[in-house]
Design a protein around this ligand. Structure first.
Ligand code: URA
Length: 210
């Protein structure tokens, strides 16, 4: 779509997402596919991590070999549905530190209110990947990222499963420095803030709460 929003069109991602969207897909299958797809999305969102080299010895020779440069990663889950993306991402990046941001919507002011915030130390020295499966209105994601910036984060990326054009635009206006990686950009949000055609309530589908 743009440099700000990268849609991962890999066939495996698209196939898994189609099964997740189907209303008859069970909680167990949804959860398994979410784990698999989040590994593939983690692969994409870390594609440009800074690299360095070090001298190593193979059984046959010495070589200058590539490795990740010193900056550490932090994954930050936007509760509760963000947690569904963590396991798969940690399969791929086991040394990443993990943080959590919890927000709810005040029904009178409609503003996001923070109820939980716990993030790794030295956020300013980490690549921070904020995760939430659904970028719908963008309200909670924008607020969570503002909070991460207040806590010192400087290099933030946002990873989701589905995005709406409204959510992408809201994020681009509020946080133009935060690139978005998603498996699909859907048509729009409905009057209740659900993504269409979407996959329904991501939290309910992954945790079986409905
Ligand atoms: N959150 C969800 O879980 N689903 C949507 O469609 C939008 C927000």
């Amino acid at each position: 779509m743009s440099e700000h929003c990268h849609v991962v069109l890999h066939p495996l991602v698209q196939h898994k997402l189609t099964i997740m969207r189907e209303k008859g897909t069970s909680t167990a299958v949804f959860r398994q596919l979410l784990r698999e797809i989040s590994q593939l999305l983690a692969y994409e969102v870390t594609r440009d991590l800074p690299m360095t080299t070090s001298t190593i010895e193979t059984p046959l020779a010495e070589m200058e070999a590539p490795r990740l440069a010193g900056r550490k990663l932090a994954l930050v889950s936007i509760l509760r549905a963000g947690n569904g993306l963590l396991d798969g991402m940690l399969d791929l990046i086991p040394s990443a530190r993990v943080g959590f941001v919890g927000l709810y919507r005040d029904e009178e002011t409609l503003e996001p209110v923070e109820y939980y915030f716990k993030v790794p130390a030295e956020l300013d020295r980490r690549v921070v990947i904020a995760v939430d499966p659904m970028l719908a209105t963008g309200n909670s994601s924008v607020a969570a990222i503002s909070r991460l910036k207040e806590a010192g984060a400087k290099d933030i990326r946002f990873l989701c499963l589905l995005a709406s054009p409204e959510g992408v635009e809201r994020m681009r206006q509020a946080h133009p420095d935060v690139p978005i990686t998603t498996a699909a950009l859907d048509e729009r949000i409905d009057e209740r803030g659900y993504i269409l055609p979407g996959l329904g309530d991501a939290g309910d589908r992954m945790f079986g709460t409905k």
